[in-house]
Design a protein. Structure first.
Length: 242
């Protein structure tokens, strides 16, 4: 049985961590497979969103495989885990984390690397204080979680997740969000992601300049013309990403 399953549905992809007996902990093999999957997304022009979730109701991902952390591949496992977080953060389509249960240590970082996060009511988030500063991303979120176990309700209050849903509705709600995003202009979505992810790493003036450049680049596209025509004709636009 594969430790990662991939399912394409219409305009979105569902990626499931599938080690239920190990609380979906990440092995090196799984991380390399995830990396290959995200690399392949560039060849999917009709893809609009990705949903990342786990198959175990008790755990989204409980971190890295502790057996492998004690073995000879420890350094590579740690290094590759940082790479996959960066790949997800810089993905050109929105990645939705559907967090079912525990998201601990690098499993929590995996969730935080996603652009949008929906959690079941039993979700819990935690980062050991000693390792809280070794990954790029939302530094404020990492600081809030350092050395703590945070419930779904507290995570919502802190802005770490966007909503809480019943466990049996988690995937369907994530799919609803994926379909909602799919109706929007994909080039504009991609520009928004780039403005946020790249702009967050730049000085303020350079970040604002990047935003202006990306905004201007959208005007000479078919999608802008389609959006304008649809507005004037009072109909739903059909965006093609061109």
């Amino acid at each position: 049985m594969s430790s990662i399953t991939v399912e394409r549905r219409d305009s979105y992809l569902i990626i499931r961590l599938n080690r239920p007996d190990q609380f979906n902990t990440l092995s090196l093999e799984m991380i390399l497979a995830l990396s290959d999957i995200f690399k392949s997304l560039d060849s999917e022009p009709t893809l609009r969103t990705v949903i990342l979730t786990g198959t175990e109701d008790q755990a989204f991902c409980a971190g890295l495989d502790t057996t492998e952390l004690a073995g000879p591949n420890r350094s590579e496992l740690s290094e590759r885990s940082q790479d996959i977080f960066s790949q997800i953060e810089n993905c050109h389509v929105p990645v939705i984390a559907a967090i079912n249960g525990i998201a601990a240590d690098d499993g929590c970082r995996l969730a935080l690397a996603c652009h949008l996060r929906i959690a079941s009511a039993n979700a819990q988030f935690s980062l050991p204080e000693a390792r809280s500063g070794i990954v790029s991303g939302d530094e404020g979120a990492l600081e809030m979680l350092s050395g703590k176990v945070v419930s779904a309700e507290e995570a919502l209050r802190l802005g770490l997740i966007t909503r809480i849903v019943p466990a049996d509705e988690l995937l369907s709600r994530a799919e609803d969000l994926a379909r909602e995003i799919a109706q929007l202009a994909p080039l504009a979505i991609r520009a928004c992601l780039e403005a946020v992810t790249r702009g967050n790493q730049l000085p303020l003036a350079e970040g604002l300049a990047l935003e202006t450049k990306l905004f201007a680049s959208l005007f000479d596209t078919d999608d802008v013309r389609e959006g304008t025509s649809a507005f004037l004709e009072k109909r739903t636009p059909v965006f093609k990403g061109t």
